[in-house]
Design a protein around this ligand. Structure first.
Ligand code: SF4
Length: 709
């Protein structure tokens, strides 16, 4: 009988970062338990986490062997790894030699492990010499990152999960936490049961399951969050509920902000938001006068907006003005969508940053990275690369000739998905590195590189509270699938040998601990210093939060507790943020607000969760939800097929009727795609406009019309 083995690892779905115990018989994953010792979940798992073994059970739909096609109209054929790696490196090197380094691009994923991310970033910036490496984290957290840097001086939330249990007022903004971060939500529910006086305010245009449990649901008009936060701040200032001593000692820019919010009377702000003035005032008073600690939990409703940075900044203004930051139970706390969006930022795996939160524009930062990588400082480009939406525009118009997509599905997840599909058709050369063959992007691959996935590969991830956890392999990858880091390193060695034959290869890692050690070396002296952390400490002391400099045995739970921020003068910055409407207002031709969001039991483009019948029990079919009054006025009933059309594209969905969306808005889940629809999904309609500072697109809102199909 095969021996049962238990392997400690981390769930691969969301940014809660739950610890798991994977049971295997040596060949197959046979079961899963929540890890009772993991500080993110203390043994709890949600439906998605509990069903991970079942998603790994079948090899149907797995990418098992490298494949290549010689012409666009041919089928891909199986090839061996050497041929695949040689082809990818030669085609990339050819294009770099003919057109320069910025003619190639890498589009990677917040689901890669930190070590995978690290080597992809080193390949792009240190070997190729381009900053054209961006990631689906651009669609997830970039507005939160930009606001943290502008307001507090550095990326990363100042808070920790324990704050959920210590808060007296919890403001949930643009987050259906009950679905998107279920284990944390259970923790919040348990805290409320223990301390029932805690107030929950939920800000969401939809009456989600999270909103249904709130003490106060502010059902604002889509995109009016900044008006709401400014109106709340107006009330706090004029009722004397701010903290003048904290403002004077630790912040800058309050006078300008006060001048701006003078105009945002609660009455005016409430009218803009479409809510009662009394409700806005109630929310402000609970937040500012809770007598204890106020915590904000926020997610894509703020981030996925053409004004996402402003929304984040306006919320942080509330915390700084009331001194609700840097103390137990208080602070702005962005909930990371993906399991390792944070780790990706730590290694600088995006078009607008360098490793360890360094800045592309600062010569000494480029030199520090180049020194550790053993490449000339001049190799690192001083020009930011193209962020996600602009990257695919550049592929479509021919500025970028080749793209390597790893562990993500841009044909489904980027806005204006039809244009993304056109870009992939126009590209000279498309590489897709994937564990699954059922994504909307795989058909565009000239070369398909089969990747190992959860349960089959090792490394680390960082969750929403800055906690770094080990990911471990329980079984071998099937077929010829290989870890993402190994694939990137093999191509990097080949490109480096061709472009720089006299340079020593910097990718001779034998295992992921060596990659982690190089990454941590780059963090020393930075705000995220993990000089004191290695795999041995993670093994002996369990998952750790950063920063954890040399000499410490435990990471810092909360940042800015002494009121000193990461800005040059140590003061946090207020930002005066006027309200701006949604990027695409409704009009007579497109009269409905289309809102998008998650389902409880599905994840992203369903490449993994879509493999399991039981995960369709909660929501069996795609649909478009409409308020009963709107449906009645149009003579529509549940089950009718309707055509949802924006200026960019259209798709047909069955109609659902529900009071959870307000009249004038409709809702569609983001997950359904070409596996289930005759289209790429709801992003065929979505808006490609991006936030001017974070470059995050407005995936949460578009103006649409609805017609009987
Ligand atoms: Fe996995 Fe997130 Fe569920 Fe935890 S809450 S089990 S990390 S999907």
């Amino acid at each position: 009988m095969a021996m049962k083995t238990v392997t400690k690892s981390t769930c691969c779905y969301c940014g809660v970062g739950c610890g798991v115990l994977i049971e295997s018989d040596g060949d197959r994953i046979t079961g899963i338990q929540g890890d009772p010792s993991h500080p993110a979940n203390f043994g709890r798992l949600c439906t998605k986490g509990m069903t991970l073994p079942a998603t790994a059970a079948s090899l149907t739909g797995r990418a098992l062997y490298p494949e290549m096609r010689l012409t666009r109209d041919a089928e891909r054929q199986r090839i061996d790894w050497d041929a695949a790696l040689d082809t990818v490196s030669e085609r990339f090197a050819d294009i770099i030699e003919r057109h320069g380094p910025d003619a190639v691009a890498f589009y990677v994923s917040g689901q890669l492990l930190t070590e995978d991310y690290y080597v992809f970033n080193k390949l792009a910036k240190g070997v190729v010499g381009t900053n054209n490496i961006d990631t689906n984290s651009r669609l997830c957290m970039s507005s939160a990152v930009t606001a943290y840097k502008l307001a507090l001086g550095a990326d990363g939330p100042p808070t920790c999960y324990e704050d959920l249990e210590l808060a007296d007022c919890v403001l949930l903004a643009g987050s259906n936490m009950a679905y998107a971060h279920p284990v944390l939500f259970r923790r919040l529910e348990a805290a409320k049961a223990t301390r029932p006086a805690t107030k929950w305010v939920v800000i969401d245009p939809r009456r989600t399951d999270t909103a249904a449990m709130a003490d106060l649901h502010l059902q604002i008009q889509p995109g009016t969050d900044v008006a709401l936060f400014n109106g709340m701040l107006h009330h706090l200032i004029w009722e004397g509920l701010v903290d003048p001593a904290y403002i004077a000692a630790h912040t800058a820019g309050f006078a300008e902000l006060k001048k701006l919010v003078r105009d945002y009377t609660p009455k005016m702000a409430a009218e803009l938001c479409g809510i009662l003035e009394a409700d806005l005032i109630q929310a402000a008073e609970w937040f500012g006068a809770s007598g204890g600690a106020s915590l904000s939990l926020y997610c894509m409703g703020l981030n996925q907006s053409a004004h996402g940075t402003d929304k984040n900044l306006a919320l942080i203004n509330l915390h700084l003005a009331t001194g609700q930051i840097g103390k137990p139970g208080a602070g702005p706390f962005s909930l990371t969508g993906q399991p390792n969006a944070m780790g990706g930022r730590e290694v600088g795996g995006m078009a607008t940053m360098l490793a360890a939160h360094r800045d592309i524009a600062i010569p000494s930062h480029r030199a520090e990275v180049a020194e550790v990588w053993g490449v000339p400082a001049g190799r690192l480009s001083n020009q930011p690369g193209l962020p996600a939406v602009a990257m695919f525009d550049a592929i479509r118009d021919g500025r970028i000739k080749a793209v390597w997509i790893a562990c993500t599905n841009p044909a489904h997840s980027l806005p204006d998905a039809g244009k993304v599909a056109e870009a992939l058709e126009m590209a000279e050369f498309v590489v897709v590195q994937e564990a699954f063959t059922n994504t909307d992007t795989v058909p565009y691959a000239d070369v398909l590189l089969p990747a190992a996935t959860w349960g089959e590969k090792a490394g680390t991830v960082t969750n929403s509270e800055r906690r770094i956890s080990r990911v471990r392999a329980a079984v071998a990858a099937p077929g010829e699938a290989r870890p993402d880091w190994w694939i990137a390193c093999e191509v990097a060695k080949r490109i480096a040998a061709r472009l720089y034959p006299d340079e020593a290869a910097g990718f001779a890692y034998v295992e992921t601990s060596a990659i982690f050690d190089e990454h941590r070396r780059l963090t020393v002296g930075r705000d995220l210093d993990i000089g004191g952390l290695d795999y041995a400490l993670l093994e002996s002391h369990g998952p750790q939060q950063w920063p954890l400099p040399a000499g410490m045995r435990q990471g810092l739970a909360r940042r800015y507790v002494d009121g000193g921020f990461a800005t040059p003068d140590g003061r946090a910055r207020f930002h005066a943020t006027p309200y701006k409407p949604v990027a695409e207002p409704t009009n007579a031709r497109y009269p409905f607000h289309l809102l998008t969001g998650r389902l409880r039991d599905q994840w992203h483009g369903m490449s993994r969760t879509g493999r399991l019948p039981q995960l369709f029990a909660h929501t069996p079919e795609p649909s478009l939800t409409m308020h009963p009054h709107d449906a009645e006025r149009r003579g529509l009933k549940a089950g009718d097929l309707v055509r949802v059309a924006s200026k960019r594209g259209a798709l047909v969905l069955p109609l659902a009727i529900g009071n959870d969306v307000p009249s004038g808005s409709v809702f569609a889940a983001m997950h359904w795609n070409g596996q289930f629809l005759n289209s790429l999904g709801i992003n065929e309609t979505s808006v490609p406009m991006v936030d001017a500072r974070s470059f995050q697109p407005e995936l949460k809102h578009a103006a649409v019309r609805i017609e009987r199909a």
